[in-house]
Design a binder for this molecule. Structure first.
Ligand SMILES: [Mg+2]
Length: 125
């Protein structure tokens, strides 16, 4: 059975890049895509992915609101969330963790770091 992973980003180019990195991990993955916070929540509840890669900057609900909503729903409260963000400002990691993210990686994506992070979370189950 492939591992189910949800990639959420409002920029299609970022989704393509993340998918490319994920395909190179060597893991057997089914990749779901969302381009908004609402889509992310809907798909997470419907499909229960094992890991969510979440862009923090999205137009309708940002990643912080989305993470908080996922944590507040008993269906999705335990799904690990990796925040993916260009906002590498002091305090952003804490803000993401506080919103319910399990981990924080910055853009531009470091393929090796992302691969290691994804493998670590999928192995934890
Ligand atoms: Mg964005």
């Amino acid at each position: 059975m492939p591992n189910l992973i949800l990639v959420a980003d409002d920029n299609p180019d970022n989704i393509l890049l993340l998918k490319r990195v994920l395909r190179r991990t060597g893991l057997e993955l089914e990749i779901l895509e969302a381009n908004s916070g609402r889509d992310t929540i809907r798909l997470a509840i419907d499909r229960l992915p094992e890991l969510i890669l979440l862009d923090m900057k999205m137009p309708d609900m940002d990643g912080y609101q989305t993470a908080a909503a996922l944590r507040g729903d008993e269906t999705t409260e335990n799904i690990p969330i990796v925040a993916v963000t260009a906002q590498a400002m002091l305090g952003d990691r804490e803000k993401a963790i506080e919103a319910g993210c399990s981990e924080y990686v910055t853009k531009p994506i470091d393929a090796a770091l992302l691969t290691e992070t994804v493998k670590r979370y999928l192995a934890k189950k």
